[in-house]
Design a protein around this ligand. Sequence first.
Ligand SMILES: Nc1ncnc2c1ncn2[C@@H]1O[C@H](COP(=O)(O)OP(=O)(O)O)[C@@H](O)[C@H]1O
Ligand SMILES: O=P(O)(O)OC[C@H](O)CO
Length: 494
Amino acid sequence: MPAKPLLLAIDQGTTSSRAIVFDRAARIVALAQAEFPQLYPADGWVEHNAEAIWSTTLETARQALAEAEAKGGRVAAIGVTNQRETTLVWERDGGKSIHNAIVWQDRRTADHCARLNREGAEDMIRARTGLLLDPYFSATKIAWILDHVDDARRAAEAGRLAFGTVDSFLIWRLTGGRVHATDATNAARTSLFDINRNEWDDELLALFGVPRSLLPAVLDCAADFGETDPALFGRPIPIRGVAGDQQAAAIGQACFAPGAIKSTYGTGCFVLTHTGDQFILSKNNLLSTIACRLDGQTSYAIEGSIFVAGAAVQWLRDGLGIIETAGESETLARSIPDNRGVYLVPAFTGLGAPHWAPEARGLICGLTRASGPAELARAALESVVYQTTDLLAAIEADGVKPDALRVDGGMTANAWLMQFLADLLELPVERPEVMETTALGAAFLAGLKTGLYGSTDDVAAIWRRAARFEPRMSEGERARLIEGWRKAVRRALA
Ligand SMILES: Nc1ncnc2c1ncn2[C@@H]1O[C@H](COP(=O)(O)OP(=O)(O)O)[C@@H](O)[C@H]1O
Ligand SMILES: O=P(O)(O)OC[C@H](O)CO
């Protein structure tokens, strides 16, 4: 009998690299994870060492693969998913990165963006890419590397350098420098890719000062990304799926139909709503982006990002010291009957969508002499929910009406929070059995290309719900709580 076919997902995230092997039924067979250092060389700068990204990826992939195959299966293909926007430039000869990776959170190119904004470029960028003009995206990070590393611009123009987001860099390394490719979802986060025409855009390249010779080929999410160098895993393994991590999570949540929506609650929170094969330009400060591209068919999404979600709970633990574990936030929140008028706006690094207010800072209001750890913990958890209600209001104002929210990420372990979320959104909240939805999405893509799954319907049939939270709060109570939050946000913005 042939060995059971397995899929290896490489999930290269902001704080760690993970490798997970799934069987066809989406059961986890093996998992390995390795953290790597965050580098903060100057105020607002965030970098990763390219070799640390590579070595943790290779090490965890080898570990998970060996463990899974020791149990009797055989990895048939690899899917790659990654922190998005993070930018690398490397030498085509030898593959050495010419600078640390500049991470998505890095704000060093704010001036460059402000200049382009003054020149009136934002409308054109928005219409073609669906993105705002912001240092978050790759284009100005590439230009910064070319302008700050000796001889880089000349080398780029001579075709000696390659650019890639993390997926592309890993594919280059995994294939021994034979494949320079990315997928449409990652290309869509660079500000250089026209998501209507599905092509790199010469005017955007000229605007940001990026030579075309640097760019990878853009493939479907389920496609032939080459075979791994046999020296890495003892045999060549096909790479057949790639997607940015938030898009991969939407795929892992089987969000394939217009209106399907997922929210990932990790350090930050990312909400993606599928809008079908229509590119809808958000009129409410959300991003429009590619959800997935399969068989040349592009589907789109509207995305809202919140910078502080689980990070507020980390602050309760590491900043205030009022809890020892993240799970204790739930016990504290449950210990009081309501929020007693206390609100926290966790604008620690400004506010993301739909406010986009980098200058806003956090505030706590409504304190009385009786306020204590329970009120603060409850306010921190509630803030994550209120921010999601702001996003959902913007999504609905863009004309999309979801009928349930699929959630994943570390914070969704908190059942109190999930119930409060359902109550405030007036929407059922669904938590899946497999919480590793990002890795699962990458595995699904590789499985689609290798024929392990015949279609996205096969994938959707595998998705299983573990819990469903139904809204049950009265309308009056809900309106009162949201009004309190809106007042607090107005104060933070002022
Ligand atoms: N029971 C819980 N209640 C509230 N927050 C939690 C709970 N468990 C974990 N978290 C938060 O979830 C985050 C970790 O989630 P994870 O999905 O691993 O994030 P990331 O991928 O961004 O590192 C942390 O910020 C942690 O504080
Ligand atoms: O690595 P994560 O999970 O923090 O995700 C990062 C996002 O892709 C940034 O856009």
